[in-house]
Design a protein around this ligand. Sequence first.
Ligand code: DX5
Ligand code: ZN
Length: 219
Amino acid sequence: MIKLAPSMLSADFSAFAADAARVERAGAQLLHMDIMDGHFVPNISFGPAVVKSLLGKTGLPFDVHLMIENADRFIPEFVTAQTEYIVVHEEACVQLGRTLDLIRDLGVKPGVALNPATPLCTLDCVLEDIDLVLIMTVNPGYSGQKFRPAGIEKVRRLAEIRGERGLSFQIETDGGVGLDNARTLAAAGVDIFVTGSSLFGAADAAEWVRAFRAAVEQQ
Ligand code: DX5
Ligand code: ZN
């Protein structure tokens, strides 16, 4: 089943838990947490204390997207009873294999994100070791940016590679995703959709999710 992972970067920070509960009721499957350090990306978001503040406030598993340098140093702090995925950037990890081992040894599923300019071949040697590939369809740093359509072909090719190599990692897309491009992305092979401003900007989240489901499930 296609999963929806609302990006909490677009939530109301003064009502963080209430917004998490709201998107859960609306029909989300994961909560996407965008962690930004002001070095790897030109913005600072929130850290592990804020992620942990949602423990027990929602039943949804956490999908932690680390847009940070020195990921190895901070990864343990994002491991919680609700953390399902920790996703690091290929561009930010000098010894990617070591970082992925660290995540798995902590009992969490490892994922790798690629910026729009980073080719799929950079993952050739680690695809066997990961549970998720995140194809960025904006340059990370901010919500509300314009979708870069080059990501569609990347998703399509990645889904092919997954089939050729008999692997089962999830394909996730993040950045500028909304009701206008969800169907094309689903057809290309996306399993997990991150969405921030489109969902949180909707007057009625449940209505938005119904429209999203209708779009991605249309054949
Ligand atoms: C971008 C983040 C995204 C983003 C999603 O750096 O990783 O998760 O905030 O927001 P929208 O859907 O508004 O692009
Ligand atoms: Zn993200």
